[in-house]
Design a protein around this ligand. Structure first.
Ligand code: HEM
Length: 367
């Protein structure tokens, strides 16, 4: 059997992104299922209008919504974001049934895709959060540090971000656990400490991004506290695609945190280290300047899953395809079941896939 094709979670960081988090209204489930079935088509529609624009879209589904939308199977580790209360800082869990992570190299393309989606979802959902993120200089966050450096390299990225097929029901192979949190920074407090103090909070030097030496880097620095290992001493990684956002005129300066993980336990261990502390009581120094306002967990299923959704709850075993998949079968009757949607080639260029991604030929992320 061909391996399932993930949604484009592994694509390199773009210059722009829009994050949309919705809840599904009671009775909105059928409309949402139709949108899920058409989602890759919407992405292709926008991507094909700007072939160089690196348009991609990923949709994730929250724990409660999963059971309202599908009769099964269920991702083994999908659960609501667990709120965290440390001695000093807390991470809230906030409502979210659907996450859309829309990326492109210019905001107009993200905007266009978000507009199409919002129109298709109208009436069925309630918006919980919309954040427009941008690349800030050399991929810095608004507190001035390069963000994303220690992301998994090209050889480990899929193992870090895409579920182990042995750990999930076959239909969920190629999926990924996504976690999001929206942070704002107290820039007066941050700029009120020396650059050396900021560097000790992050664990890297600010200007040249070089990591601080062992023995110099504090144990409560952000990079120390988020470095975790398994019982064999192998580092466990997640894929982060954080984006700055903000409104300087309103004093808002933020980081939208998004991670993709093969195992959500990894992300949650990092979060416990940050908020509860490692050891408990020794929290992440970055949190003295940064406040989490939202928290959500989602599962981003494979393209194959979206292409042939499982039945809706109560729908019996029939109807395993959406209207979109049926239409595609009519367009391309020769297509193998589970094959990549026809027309996807139109969204791919030699330097990488646009609109949809594939493990094969994933463009290499920035070093
Ligand atoms: C206010 C929000 C956040 C900001 C501004 C931020 C910023 C940064 C920066 C500047 C680095 C160093 C460069 C790099 O390797 O990327 C970093 C590293 C890292 N961050 Fe964050 N981060 C935030 C939240 C989080 C959260 C919530 C997690 C995990 C749940 C996380 C996990 C990591 C990991 C795993 C590393 C790499 C550690 C290493 O291997 O050295 N970050 N972050």
């Amino acid at each position: 059997m061909d391996p399932a094709t993930p949604q484009p979670v592994l694509t390199p960081l773009t210059k722009s992104a829009i994050f949309l988090v919705y809840t599904v209204r009671p009775g909105g489930e059928d409309q949402v299922r139709d949108v899920l079935g058409e989602f890759t088509g919407y992405v292709r529609t926008v991507a094909s209008r700007a072939p160089q624009g690196r348009v991609t879209g990923v949709v994730g589904i929250g724990s409660a919504a999963w059971d309202r939308l599908f009769a099964g199977p269920r991702p083994s580790k999908l659960h609501p974001f667990p709120p965290l209360q440390g001695a000093v800082h807390s991470a809230p869990s906030t409502p979210g049934d659907l996450l859309f992570h829309l990326r492109a190299d210019s905001m107009d393309l993200c905007f266009e895709l978000a507009t199409v989606l919002a129109g298709k979802l109208a009436g069925a959902v309630e918006l919980q959060d919309e954040t427009h993120g941008f690349r800030y200089f050399d991929a810095r966050d608004v507190i001035g540090f390069v963000d994303g450096t220690e992301n998994p390299g090209v050889n480990e990225i899929a193992d870090s971000a895409i579920v182990d097929p042995a750990a999930e029901p076959a239909e969920l192979a190629g999926g990924s656990y996504a976690t999001v949190q929206k942070y704002t920074h107290d820039m007066d407090a941050w700029n009120g400490v020396s650059v050396e103090e900021q560097e000790r909070a992050i664990g890297r030097h600010k200007w040249d991004n070089v990591e601080m030496e062992d023995g110099v880097k504090p144990d409560n620095s952000h990079s120390s506290i988020t470095t975790i290992e398994d019982e064999d001493g192998v580092q466990r990684k997640i894929l982060r695609d954080n984006m700055p956002f903000g409104r300087p005129g309103s004093g808002e300066f933020g980081t939208y945190f998004i991670s993709y993980a093969s195992d959500i336990d990894v992300t949650e261990e990092m979060l416990r280290n940050m908020f509860i502390g490692r050891p408990p009581g020794q929290h992440d120094r970055l949190l003295d300047f940064s406040t989490a306002h939202t928290g959500g967990n989602f599962f981003a299923p494979s393209l194959d899953f979206l292409d042939g959704l499982p039945p809706a709850p109560g729908a019996g075993d029939q109807g395993t395809t959406t209207a979109a998949a049926s239409a595609r079968a009519e367009e391309d009757p020769g297509a193998e079941p589970g094959a990549e949607p026809s027309g996807s080639e139109a969204a791919c260029l030699p330097d990488g896939c646009l609109g949809i991604g594939s493990l094969k030929g994933q463009p290499q992320r920035r070093p």
